[in-house]
Design a protein around this ligand. Structure first.
Ligand code: AMP
Ligand code: MG
Length: 355
């Protein structure tokens, strides 16, 4: 199929293009659109056959449920049984990068929730996403608009490269501000279970709900027979086509290791801004200053895609800390690296195949 591209400036939204895209959604088609987190691949969340096209376009396993996007926090009640804790979360963080899982209402087809009796709801703050949902008049089911297993798209060109010819339309609306997918929490009585970390940090959630439990799957590899609370956690994700190795250790030792690696092998490096001048200017990607986690988050997925296009045998990146927004970076990177972490000591050599 031919994929129409609509270029829309988020600060000057053209009603005509939004109406055309909303018509596609209402007719059961697929439209990719920017959000403040990453680009989504949207379909009418009340139409099972439209939602099934999302799985086909992405090559996504059908048991991995979709997040549904609403135009205002109050609209969640049409699709899920909201409660007082949801209202507190909505007041604190919505519209914005928070997804809340609650018991679903019948209007949401099983095909959208992977057969679960719960549904994940988010109200994005991006003006294009908001305009599209409003104009469509329904909630929009939308996972990230990448081929399943690839890094999520943060630029329209990433969506064009993954989805051209497979979907009806792409709204090209610039770079996504946050760059990592939404924080996902599940409401469990008066508790919150953090299933996926994002820009809304665990500490921020604790200001609204005392009892926040971070799911083990956020930081650990699942055992083979383990059933995660969030089906998406069991799938390999964000992975480049060559191995990615995460480095941990004292800054000067890691820098020495990277120097040696540049001499010994064809490696790409996602380095901190502070290291950029010190390393050979070859297959080197500046991920942002070490303390600037927001910039690192915004650049990470594009950096993984860019590194993958370089002629290299291996990619190195720093293992992030698990503090604040660092937990979201940590969670995406350990999955991209299939949990390959190398602790760099002065004796480290370029042999990490068994780690
Ligand atoms: P993506 O759509 O690519 O941002 O991924 C959505 C994530 O939300 C996946 O990891 C899903 O497994 C998770 N998710 C969506 N709906 C539910 C639900 N009802 N229960 C648990 N996890 C969910
Ligand atoms: Mg995704």
């Amino acid at each position: 199929m031919e994929t129409k591209i609509f270029k829309i400036d988020p600060s000057d939204i053209c009603d005509g293009s939004i109406s055309d895209c909303a018509d596609i959604i209402r007719r059961g088609g697929l439209v990719s659109f920017p959000t403040e987190t990453v680009y989504g691949l949207g379909a009418d969340a009340t139409d099972a056959s439209a939602a099934s096209k999302i799985y086909a376009a992405k090559g996504r396993p059908s048991d991995n449920p979709l997040i549904i996007h609403v135009a205002s926090p109050a609209d969640a009640d049409k699709y899920a049984y909201t409660d007082e804790l949801y209202k507190r979360l909505a007041d604190a963080f919505m519209p914005g990068p928070l997804t809340v899982i609650m018991k679903k209402r019948d209007i949401v087809p099983d095909g959208v929730t992977g057969g679960l009796d719960s549904v994940a709801v988010r109200c994005p703050s991006h003006p294009i996403a908001k305009a599209l949902i409003e104009k469509s008049g329904v909630a929009i089911a939308a996972p990230s608009a990448n081929i399943s297993g690839s890094p999520s798209p943060t630029l329209a060109e990433h969506v064009i490269s993954d989805m051209s010819g497979k979907i009806d339309a792409i709204i090209a609306g610039g770079e996504c501000e946050i760059g990592l997918e939404s924080t996902i929490v599940k409401i469990d009585g008066d508790k919150l279970i953090l299933l996926r970390p994002g820009a809304i940090t665990a500490d921020a959630l604790r200001c609204v709900c005392e009892n926040v439990k971070i799911s083990d799957a956020v930081t650990h590899m699942l055992a083979e027979n383990e059933k995660p609370l969030s089906p998406g956690m069991k799938y390999r994700h964000y992975a480049p086509s060559v191995p990615l190795v995460l480095l941990e250790g004292e800054a000067d030792k890691v820098l020495t290791f990277l120097h040696n690696a540049q001499n010994a092998e064809k490696c790409a490096i996602l380095c901190y801004h502070e290291e950029f001048e010190d390393l050979r200017q070859e297959r080197l990607i500046d991920i942002g200053a070490q303390e600037d986690l927001s910039t690192q988050a915004q650049r990470l997925f594009a950096a993984l895609r860019d590194a993958d296009k370089l002629d290299c045998d291996i990619i190195y990146a720093h293992l992030p800390t698990k503090d604040g927004m660092g937990l979201a970076l940590y969670n995406r990177l350990i999955r991209a690296a299939a949990h390959t972490i190398l602790h760099v000591t002065s004796a480290s050599v370029i042999h990490h195949k068994n780690h």
